[in-house]
Ligand binder design. Structure first.
Ligand code: PEP
Ligand code: MN
Length: 372
């Protein structure tokens, strides 16, 4: 069961303390306090763990300081959407809002290569009104002999350039706990010119120790990509690992499934599951059309498959798009064949805008059908 407390109820306040004393009196139940600093207020929740069946919702809601009580189902206790649970979930990070109600585009390099390419990319983003990007410094590669990313050496100049072009958030994959520390250190040393969303890639979705380590810090939000060869339920449970350790600033990423049935796409595109994830959980949902499709192939209509699947995901309500661009894909060190060109950025963004507008209209249409 989750007790949602009145806004701005500080842990030191007499009401809060009175509530904790009361909860300590329940036998067979222990609890955990979770506090989150929102844009305007501190939100506190208390998770009751153990045999909470005998507790009545009405009684819990009558306790001092408790605004609402929610009985959670077994699955995805913290990030899940439970019966009668109207809580919205979302978070602000470095001036950017992440929620199930809005949309952010993270276009950028799959892998950081040269300062010139990073700068060209960032300049194009700024010229097109973008404040988020993707930049890979640590790359998980199939072959140990393939380029592994520039790692921590590139972080200072990447962050400084990001600051120069007003990027608020960079999605950056980490493969090991130490990478998170390197990123936090480099942000600190460069004076936080930008923010970082830690990305946990599909190969690490079930790296539980990494999830726990990332979950233990609340400073940096996380983009968790679904595992490409496991069930959706398993991937959602992986997200729950992050939350159970304390970090609920989690975006869930769909990036396609590894199956030859997906041919000729690199992965079987799974964006039909955008509404499923939004229904089962309160996480914002990201789509990654580049790693799903894996090429620049276009249909006879002249529209690239990457554009088509992006539109499909956005029309279905996606909240974030992670997409590969490169100033010179022929020289890209990773995933050049799927990268879009900088001159295609305005086209891509306009296509996204059209799809989002359609989604908003579809939502209105659905609302109009609801019986009064
Ligand atoms: C990436 O986004 O660069 C990446 C490697 O993605 P995934 O983990 O989905 O393969
Ligand atoms: Mn890639």
């Amino acid at each position: 069961m989750i007790l949602i407390l009145e806004a701005d109820l500080g842990e030191q306040s007499p009401i809060f303390q009175q509530l904790l004393t009361h909860l300590r009196g329940f036998s067979g139940i222990h609890f955990r306090v979770h506090q989150e600093q929102g844009a305007e207020q501190v939100l506190s929740e208390i998770y009751l763990i153990g045999d909470t069946k005998p507790l009545r919702i009405e009684d819990m809601e009558a306790l001092p300081g408790v605004e609402r009580a929610v009985r959670v189902s077994r699955e995805y206790r913290l990030l899940g959407r439970h019966t009668g649970d109207q809580r919205t979930h979302g978070f602000d990070y470095n001036g950017v809002r992440f929620s199930q109600d809005n949309l952010n585009v993270f276009a950028g390099l799959c892998a950081v290569d040269t300062p010139e390419h990073v700068e060209q990319m960032l300049r194009a983003l700024q010229e097109n009104g973008q404040v988020c990007t993707r930049m890979g410094a640590y790359k998980p590669r199939t072959s140990p002999y393939a380029f592994q990313g520039h790692g921590k050496d590139c972080l200072p100049w990447v962050f400084e350039l990001a600051g120069k072009y007003d990027m608020r958030v960079i999605a950056m994959e980490i493969l090991h706990e130490s990478h998170m520390d390197e990123i936090r250190e480099a942000l600190e040393k460069t004076g936080h010119p930008t923010g970082v969303m830690l990305q946990i890639g599909t190969r690490n979705t079930q790296n539980f120790e990494l999830l726990k380590a990332v979950g233990r810090q609340q400073e940096l939000p996380v983009l968790l990509k679904r595992g490409f060869g496991i069930t959706l339920e398993e991937s959602l449970n992986a997200a729950e690992y992050l939350a159970s350790e304390g970090n609920t600033k989690v975006v869930f990423g769909l990036r396609g499934m590894k199956t030859n049935l997906g041919d000729p796409h690199r992965n079987f595109v799974d964006f039909a599951q955008v509404p499923v994830v939004k229904r089962l959980t309160r996480m914002p949902v990201c789509i990654d059309p580049s790693h799903s499709v894996g090429s620049r192939d276009a249909g006879p209509d002249g529209i690239m498959d990457v554009f088509h699947v992006t539109a499909q995901g956005v029309v279905a309500g996606a909240n974030m798009i992670l997409v590969d661009f490169h100033p010179d894909p022929a020289t890209a060190l990773v995933d050049g064949p799927q990268a879009l060109l900088l001159k295609e950025l305005p086209w891509f963004l306009e296509d996204v805008r059209l799809a989002r507008e359609t989604y908003e209209e579809r939502k209105l249409l659905a609302t109009a059908q609801t019986p009064i």
